[in-house]
Design a protein around this ligand. Structure first.
Ligand code: C5P
Length: 221
């Protein structure tokens, strides 16, 4: 029997636009492995913060050789401080090259129990998975994103004001869109999903309709 084509889903988005939520729903619906690539940059950011003087590329390389997706679930990676450090370190070409191998392995060689992969980040549609079967650019207004992130922090009992969240997201948007290497941008072939006025459910319904349509044509479902 002919092996079914791997389902590959690439998502880019600015911070707190709802991409992670949608990626998780997609991974469940189609049995895909999910990698939140932002968590990798947060992991690197935290590594640097913890080893201000000792941090080196070879130290990072060693860490990346043994890393597992579950290592990225640490709650400490969720802080705003770590996120800001992540967006600073993400400008570094060497860092991006070191973490690329792990991301490509998950994207194109997922464990056989999965039908494919879904990755979200800033350079997934433009650099990492240019040939993905599905490419989405998920966004929302800066105010809505800040409100959502503020409420998430509140739930986690993190003490940060709405205006500080807004400032931080603005700063990260600027860094992510204006850097020379792998800047955040919507590629021509990505489908734009604006989640500002959509519930999680309504947003997923839209994405699922797009995906089901093509997967039926491809004979995947
Ligand atoms: O997605 P998240 O907000 O957790 O990402 C943290 C930071 O990591 C981003 O602001 C961005 O600078 C960086 N990042 C990146 N490329 C990716 C994913 C995240 O540069 N593919």
């Amino acid at each position: 029997m002919k092996k079914k084509k791997l389902i590959t889903v690439a998502i880019d988005s600015p911070a707190a636009a709802g991409a992670g939520t949608q990626a998780k729903l997609i991974s469940k619906e189609y049995n895909l492995i999910y990698l939140d690539t932002g968590k990798i940059y947060r992991f690197v950011g935290e590594l640097k913060l913890k080893n201000i003087k000792r941090f080196s590329y070879s130290m990072l390389k060693k860490k990346m050789e043994n890393i597992k997706i579950k290592d990225l679930n640490n709650a400490s990676l969720l802080s705003d401080h770590v996120a800001t450090e992540a967006s600073i370190i993400a400008k570094d070409k060497n860092v991006r090259n070191i973490v690329k191998k792990f991301q490509l392995k998950i994207a194109y060689n997922p464990p056989p129990k999965y039908n494919g992969s879904v990755l979200d980040g800033r350079d997934i549609t433009s650099v990492l998975m240019k040939d993905a079967m599905f490419k989405f650019f998920i966004t929302a207004s800066i105010k809505i994103r800040s409100k959502r992130r503020y409420l998430e922090f509140k739930k986690l009992n993190k003490k940060i004001s709405y205006s500080d969240v807004l400032k931080s997201l603005r700063n990260r948007d600027y860094l992510d869109k204006n850097r020379k290497i792998s800047p955040l941008k919507k590629t021509k072939d990505s489908i734009l999903i604006n989640t500002s006025k959509l519930s999680k459910k309504a947003c997923f319904k839209k994405i699922k309709a797009i995906m089901d349509n093509k997967l039926k044509l491809n004979g995947n479902i």
